[in-house]
Design a protein around this ligand. Structure first.
Ligand code: PGA
Length: 261
């Protein structure tokens, strides 16, 4: 399985940022060529930049795979949903991935478990790979209920019956993002990250089967930066990272990508 280096730009950037895929490729130019087989980079710009960024990434000459992802999509195919973009629109714009259920969307934009489950299926139905975010608050961790809450989020998004459609496990990535670690500089201990990823793998095994669970990438997200990426990415059940702040500059994103062993 390739290590996924996913850049979540959130609401940052402007059209000049379409130069960033080329900048990233330039930063990676002198790397050992074996690294290009080990990693896949996914850039998730704001919606209006999806298409130009995808076009720009498409013409970059590099051995490294640079994919484009959205940060969200709506679950309906079309209609009166002012300000929204459907999964098919995201796909048409050139994305292969979309983040679903980021904690900022859950906290600020009403993305309930039910909405997240619907969005995940809508994304997968048009061929997008969904990066499903789960993670606990600081209070929940302090109460010792992080496993339970993350397990419930997974079950709600993946186990629920949503219409006729079931989850496509080959188009599924999980991102474990403890809310208290996002944008704060705080990071769980390596033991806690490893334990949660092991727990998530177990929940996926129960939901699907062991072999399927083994093939679903589980990313860690929350204050990943060049100085801590190598140790986090070396954990056995960590298959990549979802990076916010440290993904806005290409030297920093490349430094994280280069830390993959
Ligand atoms: P951060 O954000 O790297 O700035 O903590 C991660 C995320 O929200 O995906």
């Amino acid at each position: 399985m390739k290590t996924l280096i996913a850049a979540n730009w959130k609401m940052n950037g402007d059209l000049s940022w379409t130069a960033k895929p080329a900048q990233f490729a330039a930063e990676m130019e002198n790397c050992d060529s074996a690294l290009s087989d080990k990693i896949e980079t996914i850039i998730c710009p704001p919606q209006y930049m999806l298409s130009p960024t995808a076009q720009a990434a498409g013409v970059v000459e590099t051995a490294f795979t640079i994919q484009i992802g959205a940060q969200d999509c709506h679950f309906e195919e079309q209609g009166a949903f002012t300000g929204e973009m459907s999964a098919q629109m995201v796909r048409d714009a050139g994305a292969n991935y979309t983040i679903i259920g980021h904690s900022e969307r859950r906290a600020m934009f009403g993305d309930t478990d039910e909405v997240v489950a619907k969005k995940l299926r809508a994304a997968q139905s048009v061929g997008l790979t969904a990066i499903l975010c789960v993670g606990e608050s600081k209070e929940i961790r302090e109460q010792g209920q992080a496993d339970e809450v993350v397990g419930a989020q997974l079950l709600a998004a993946l186990g629920a019956n949503v219409g006729e459609s079931s989850v496509a496990t080959d188009r599924l990535v999980i991102a474990y993002e403890p809310i208290w670690a996002i944008g704060t500089g705080l990071v769980p201990t390596l033991e806690d990250i490893a334990a949660m990823h092991d727990h998530i793998r177990g929940v996926l095994s129960n939901l699907f089967d062991e072999n399927t669970a083994r093939n679903i990438a589980i990313l860690y997200g929350g204050s990943v930066k060049p100085s801590n990426a190598a140790e986090i990415l070396s954990l056995s059940d960590v298959n990549g990272a979802l990076i916010g702040g440290a993904s806005l500059k290409m030297d920093s994103l490349a430094a994280i990508a280069k830390s993959v062993q």
